[in-house]
Design a binder for this molecule. Structure first.
Ligand code: GDP
Ligand code: MG
Length: 438
């Protein structure tokens, strides 16, 4: 999807003006790309209609050329298609908050149960218990015992001999007795949606009266994931979706359609087998990822709201002349840190949005280091980084308490960034592919 969209839109982008014909052509490409990415047909139809309507009616904004505007509209609409703002689970006023996990076998329920337990402990300081109600596979109980403990949750299990509905009721009583804030109930899944699966879920639901039902779906199954979600929505209802295996899904089609088809938002994203590869789902970031590019426009937007006008004009002028310096870099770094959250900002920088970096944790200390290195340079060096030779590097490393390698790394990184800035300054979108190869 991303490649297709990028190809289409870079075509639109390259030109300054936009005709209705252009929009139609772009929409056709977007429609094809979405269908190819396994996005639900009806969703594609209404999506392209929305984008077109907005693109035709849009006033020309100051900073963006019409092509960039289409990209921005597509990105906005993708975001709202997936639910707009990120949401979380809500807590019951009378603890324990009971969360029931549902989904097909292998979708990632047990893993997500432990991940969610860990997430709630860390984010909310909640005391969490998990209940092992998948009694059909002996290994399933052992698995939850293991990952539940890793997650720092209390695991309630009674082996595999009792009825899962009874175990659920027993676990709820215990959670109450032990004053747990949250009880997450892991259930069994089957290979397909069938009556027995739904019946058992309904019975467990009756007993534990969950505050939230989360449906776990595997992003790698594409359109199937959406069909499964639709079937669950009809049979048991649920409040939100945990989308798993997003690390393996290059297309993103399932994530795009779920909200539109079921009316329920994706709340969490699982991006790997490790317990910490789990986070609140951010529709805007997913939209960026689907578009497959750093969102230069919104970086500009954010920067604009922070910059005062003159400074922005001044920078723009120098960008056009290709005069971006380490001093500018430093002041941008400082500005970015004011703007936070850094993770999302980095995702907007072209070259940072690649897959290999998507799980990257931003290390604030790393930024301190970068600042220290730049501060250890002379003004002359900041303005003309090409001056920074071996002996200067050594001096800068010593002055900033870093190593020569770290100084080298920064200088190299800056060089790449400057290239991006120069291309932007010339009104061109940077060549992402070329940048990624560096
Ligand atoms: P369940 O049958 O629904 O309980 O699914 P499990 O939690 O046992 O997960 C099934 C398999 O998928 C296991 O091998 C997990 O390690 C793996 N898995 C779960 N979530 C993810 C994820 O986000 N990414 C990847 N790559 N694998 C996952
Ligand atoms: Mg399981």
């Amino acid at each position: 999807l991303s490649d297709k969209l990028q190809a289409t839109l870079s075509d639109v982008r390259a030109r300054g003006t936009l005709t209705e014909d252009d929009i139609n052509k772009a929409m056709r490409e977007i429609r094809l790309a979405l269908l190819e990415a396994d996005v639900n047909f009806k969703v594609v139809k209404s999506f392209t209609a929305n984008v077109k309507e907005r693109a035709l009616g849009a006033d020309v904004l100051g900073q963006l050329n019409p092509g960039q505007q289409v990209v921005k509209i597509v990105s906005d609409e993708l975001t709202s298609l997936m639910g707009g703002a990120a949401a979380g689970v809500s807590f019951s006023p009378r603890p324990p908050t009971v969360i029931l996990m549902a989904g097909l076998q292998g979708s990632g329920k047990t893993t997500a149960t432990a991940k969610l337990a860990r997430h709630l402990r860390e984010q909310n300081g909640s005391s969490v218990a998990v209940a092992a109600c998948d009694v059909y596979r002996p290994a399933a109980v052992d698995q939850l015992v293991k990952v539940g403990a890793q997650a720092g949750a209390t695991v309630y299990e009674q082996g595999t001999d009792r009825d899962p509905v009874d175990i659920a009721g027993w676990a709820l009583d215990r959670a109450k007795q032990e004053g747990k804030d949250v009880l997450i109930v892991d259930t069994s899944g089957r290979l397909h949606v069938d009556e027995r699966l739904m019946d058992e879920l309904v019975r467990i639901r009756k007993v534990v009266r969950p505050h939230t039902i989360l449906l776990v779906v595997d992003a790698m199954t594409g359109q199937d994931a959406v069909n499964v979600a639709e079937q669950f929505a009809q049979a048991v209802q649920f409040d939100g979706v945990v989308m798993t295996k997003l690390d393996g899904d290059a297309r993103g089609g399932a994530a795009l359609s779920v909200k539109a088809v079921t009316g329920k938002p994706i709340l969490f994203a699982s991006t790997g087998e490790k317990l910490d590869q789990f986070e609140r789902f951010h529709p805007d970031r997913m939209a960026q990822r689907i578009l497959g590019m750093g969102d230069v426009m919104s970086l500009i937007e954010k920067a604009e709201s922070q910059f005062d006008e003159d400074q922005a004009k001044d920078l723009e002028k120098r960008l056009r002349k290709g005069e971006f310096t380490l001093e500018d870099f430093l002041s941008q770094l400082r500005m970015m840190r004011k703007m936070g959250p850094l993770q999302s900002l980095l995702g907007m920088i072209p070259g940072f949005a690649g897959n290999q970096l998507k799980n990257m944790k931003v290390d604030e200390r790393e930024l301190d280091r970068v600042q220290a290195i730049i501060l250890s340079m002379t003004v002359e060096e900041r303005r003309r980084p090409e001056l920074i030779n071996g002996s200067r590097r050594l001096r800068i490393a010593k002055g900033s308490g870093t190593s020569v390698q770290q100084v080298n790394g920064l200088v190299k990184q800056f060089g790449q960034m400057r290239k991006v800035m120069q291309q932007l300054g010339k009104g061109k979108m940077p060549d992402m592919a070329a940048l990624m190869r560096q």
